[in-house]
Write a protein that binds this ligand. Structure first.
Ligand SMILES: [Zn+2]
Length: 101
């Protein structure tokens, strides 16, 4: 068992110099390392079912946004649903398109 502070220090070292943000739930998220964005399938399903998604992590948001877009929602509608700006919605969609290409 490691002390809680050790894991945090390790995380900080691993992401030194990266672009760090804090999720609405208070978790730290590295925008440089997409693999570290936690994704909870229950949260994703809940938001796809119509629940407000302002507590989604960045990783979850990136899953939800393209699905809502494929369902025909506008950028504004998606932004309202997931609790971010429409600019963020379009950035996510552009990134998703590039990843798929
Ligand atoms: Zn990182």
């Amino acid at each position: 068992m490691s002390r809680p502070g050790e894991k945090r220090a390790l995380w900080t070292r691993r992401h030194a110099g990266h672009h760090i943000t804090t999720t609405p739930t208070g978790r730290r998220a590295c925008r440089t390392c997409p693999i570290n964005w936690p994704i909870n399938p229950d949260s994703v399903a809940r938001v796809l079912d119509g629940a407000p998604g302002d507590d989604l992590t960045i990783g979850e948001r990136r899953v939800v946004v393209p699905i809502l877009r494929a369902r025909g929602l506008t950028g504004d509608q998606i932004a309202d649903r997931v609790g971010c700006s429409d600019r963020t919605v379009w950035r996510i969609l552009t990134t998703a398109r590039q990843a798929a290409a």
